[in-house]
Design a protein around this ligand. Sequence first.
Ligand SMILES: [Fe+2]
Ligand SMILES: [Fe+2]
Length: 169
Amino acid sequence: MNHFQKDCEYNKIINHVLTNEEFLKINNCRHHGITRLEHSLRVSYFSYKISKKLKLNYKETAVASLLHDFFTDDQLTKKEHSLSAFTHPKKCLKNANKYFVLSDMQKDIIYSHMFPLIPTRPPKYLESWLVSMVDKVVAAYEFILSYHKLCFLKLENIAAVLMLVLVRF
Ligand SMILES: [Fe+2]
Ligand SMILES: [Fe+2]
């Protein structure tokens, strides 16, 4: 069981998002070697914990950070997909606005989360800065994890081939 699943308060805050069928479609999308839902939950839970410690608006932060990557791959055109690092925040904000009622701060969290990669959209709120930073740390962690898994799989394959060769001789 993940940490967030044991946290009753966190689960109450995000329950309306996690039960939305449209949002749950991101569970079918690959993102940093895992699903987009797993990534979003990780960013959301860490953002929730840190913003609560810092006495920021942790409830709005938990929800908006969960929605920060709310898009499915088929929603992007081929061109948008190749530039998804720059194009997806706008799409995520559009999706989030369509299915949920958001405050200005929550909209900013979603829209500015790719700063400084998108330098024209600096975060306006402390909560937005926080989610943008948490997203980058989590993404780096997930990249390293998936790279290690890939290396391990390659080693496993090499070992399997070697075993087959040895068995044949
Ligand atoms: Fe993103
Ligand atoms: Fe993200």
